[in-house]
Design a protein around this ligand. Structure first.
Ligand SMILES: C[S@@+](CC[C@H](N)C(=O)[O-])C[C@H]1O[C@@H](n2cnc3c(N)ncnc32)[C@H](O)[C@@H]1O
Length: 262
């Protein structure tokens, strides 16, 4: 039986050499790729996706279909705006599947980092499926996430022995330190939320453009290094027009943490 198929392929967070062999093999099974474009950051990311296709796909070249990612509404409640945004992207995927993908073809979605971490591709594909207008199968190939690259560059494990780590956003961190953890990994921080952490003795491990030629990393005592990170961050953002950064903050375990201190 003929069936459309989508392959959701994690491509790593900036270095094409971080693609797994499974990902390369999956790339070579795709007839068409849907590549999002828009804005300076998206232009860089689209370029990297194209470079990956050119470098790793052997034989018959797939079709690359570019599409504009709609802008997310900035007014009103965050959850409602995200839901509307996902619905708009789902409608685009549905159209790309029905109009640009043959009934027996495989379409590839090249997902930044790993598809399970702060990425909604899987949620949106499930949404397309639930709409029921176009039938397809899909699978997910893992990729190297920016958090893995961050830890590798700083030569640190993500967690301390037996300790939990909370992975959260800059917006959440700015609302207060997460309950029940001394370690927090922060993504999607457009507001330099580390500046709001009132614990100068905490350690921070920061990285921007990880895996790319623009990669920059800094680490140290939060109270000492935070102003440097903010300065380097602002300069890099001004130079490149966009920035993607992530960081881990480790607080010293308090007396209430008993033996938690490693
Ligand atoms: C929408 S999330 C996608 C995360 C991705 N799925 C992953 O596994 O890394 C985007 C956020 O990931 C982080 N990020 C992704 N790539 C990065 C990179 N190359 N360097 C630093 N941070 C990165 C940033 O915090 C950015 O705001």
């Amino acid at each position: 039986m003929m069936a459309r198929r989508i392959r959701v392929i994690g491509i790593g967070a900036g270095n094409p050499e971080h693609l797994t062999i499974e990902a390369v093999n999956a790339l070579n099974t795709c007839d068409v790729f849907f590549i999002p474009v828009k804005g300076e950051e998206k232009t860089f990311l689209a370029g990297l996706r194209e470079e990956i296709c050119a470098r790793f796909i052997k034989g018959k070249q797939p079709r690359l279909i570019h599409f504009d990612i709609p802008a997310r509404r900035q007014d009103g409640a965050y959850a409602g705006a995200v839901k509307d945004w996902h619905e708009a992207i789902a409608a685009i995927y549905e159209r790309l599947l029905s109009e640009e993908t043959g009934a027996d073809e495989t379409a590839g979605l090249l997902v930044w980092g790993d598809p399970m971490l702060y990425d909604s591709t899987i949620r949106i594909i499930e949404h397309v499926r639930a709409r029921g207008h176009v039938a397809f199968e899909y699978d997910v190939i893992p990729g190297i996430s920016s958090l893995q690259v961050l830890c590798a560059r700083h030569r640190i494990p993500l967690n301390r022995i037996g300790e939990p780590v909370q992975i959260t956003t800059g917006r959440r961190l700015a609302e207060g330190w997460p309950q029940g953890v001394n370690d927090a990994a922060i993504m999607l921080d457009g507001i330099q939320a580390y500046e709001t952490v009132a614990d100068p003795d905490a350690e921070i491990f920061w990285g921007a453009y990880l895996g790319t030629s623009m990669e920059t990393v800094l680490s140290g005592r939060l109270g000492d290094i935070a102003p440097d990170i903010s300065r380097v961050r602002a300069a890099a953002r001004a130079e490149h027009g966009w920035i993607m950064d992530t960081y881990l903050i480790r607080r010293k375990a308090g007396p209430e943490d008993g033996e938690a201190q490693p």
